[in-house]
Design a protein around this ligand. Sequence first.
Ligand SMILES: C[S@@+](CC[C@H](N)C(=O)[O-])C[C@H]1O[C@@H](n2cnc3c(N)ncnc32)[C@H](O)[C@@H]1O
Length: 224
Amino acid sequence: MVEAYKKESNPMMRRPVVLPELVAFMRERQAQLTGELAQLQAFARAQNIPVIPHETVVYFQFLLGLLRPKKILEVGTAIGFSTLLLADSCPNAEITTLERYEEMLIFARKNLSARKNIHLIEGEAAETLEQLTEPFDFIFMDSAKTQYVKFLPRLLALLSADGVLIIDDVFQAGDILQALTEIPRRERNIIKGLNALFDAVFDNPHLQATLVPLGDGLLMIRKK
Ligand SMILES: C[S@@+](CC[C@H](N)C(=O)[O-])C[C@H]1O[C@@H](n2cnc3c(N)ncnc32)[C@H](O)[C@@H]1O
């Protein structure tokens, strides 16, 4: 054993990183949203609509300020909250966002129609993704988790050489670590899909990827 790093010397290494109190701190202490975005965030919370949590909002604002993408693709618009965050963080970008669910589309149309740089494409993403051709330099996938691994090849084909693909909610609250037999039947396809996604990404020598423990886990991918 290296004397300088005795077993007890760094106890933080053996504790979960994101304690509930730290999640609350990230949500409450970091800069808050204002205006339309704050209203939509409050509406989503009140209606239990699963939009990106505040720690991811702040991370995206920071990251997008560095990356400054010009062409953005989002899979999973819901009410358009993250779409407007992308638009406000990248005022010079063209944003294409895909949504299939009429109940969400009613809100998305209302919230996004005034923005000339946002293109809402309605329908099942498996089909609408095939209509797209341009390379995108930032892609955010936040849709049905069983389909992430199915959409991955298409998204990689649409991702520019130096683009970044971010996939949301890949931890399933830690259930990805459980044996399938321990998982309720209704959740098994999600776990299978997420593990197939990890295999497809982490075992691909042409991709560089990192997991970021924000929200329910972000998977960030770029081409080598
Ligand atoms: C988690 S919500 C998106 C939240 C949004 N990105 C935000 O943070 O504001 C996921 C959305 O993806 C949509 N969705 C799921 N699978 C889809 C698919 N295959 N094609 C199109 N939309 C899909 C759902 O209808 C739902 O509105």
